[in-house]
Design a protein around this ligand. Structure first.
Ligand SMILES: [Zn+2]
Ligand SMILES: [Zn+2]
Length: 188
């Protein structure tokens, strides 16, 4: 099936991931979790929390007795841990390797934390760790990448074959592709 259709069917929405993370965090800090705690941590209404807990428990991710404590199921806890780890790896990758400014890196990582596959996140972690390492090749890569300027051969003309973009040139549809990389100071 087409990826974008499967994407819509994914059980886990972004807010579900954050609710699960909030429950996991509160459980670690306080030992027990109540609706009011979740509401104040996430800055949402108690009725919003209650209706989200309904969806989460129908998916087998939390248990919640009326007026009782909220507990994560085994699957719920695993998803909370996995999405938080994903966010950490993605943030490291965006800041340390791609050199994207912190606020943008943090926001991009947050928005994709619940979507990225375990296969990709493991490779991203390996790549981030390798490029940041003291390996000679990694050191050379870091310094070469810092100074590398992208010159797109197609010049942004979508109809032109571009060897850099592997097919029709993407430069025209991306903002300032030829501008200095983010985080790199202009040498003027
Ligand atoms: Zn997020
Ligand atoms: Zn191009």
């Amino acid at each position: 099936m087409d990826t974008w259709k499967r994407f819509n069917e994914k059980d886990l929405t972004h807010s579900m991931a954050h609710y699960l993370q909030a429950v996991a965090g509160l459980k670690d800090e306080k030992g027990h979790v109540r609706v009011g705690d979740i509401a104040s941590r996430l800055g949402v209404s108690k009725s919003g929390v209650t209706s989200m807990l309904h969806s989460l428990s129908s998916r087998g991710l939390v248990t919640h007795e009326p007026y009782g404590c909220v507990e994560l199921t085994e699957t719920g806890r695993r998803i909370a841990q996995r999405t938080e780890s994903n966010r950490k790896v993605l943030t490291m990758f965006f800041t340390d390797i791609l050199r994207v400014p912190d606020p943008i890196a943090i926001e991009d990582a947050c928005m994709t934390e619940h979507l990225v596959s375990p296969e990709s996140i493991i490779q991203l972690l390996r790549l981030t760790s390798f490029i940041g390492s003291e390996d000679d090749a990694a050191r050379r890569f870091r310094s070469a990448f810092r100074d590398y300027q992208l010159h797109c051969a197609g010049g942004g003309d979508g109809d032109k074959e571009c060897p850099v973009c592997k097919g029709s040139c993407l430069a025209g549809s991306l903002p300032d592709l030829e501008a200095p990389a983010p985080g790199k100071r202009s040498s003027k």
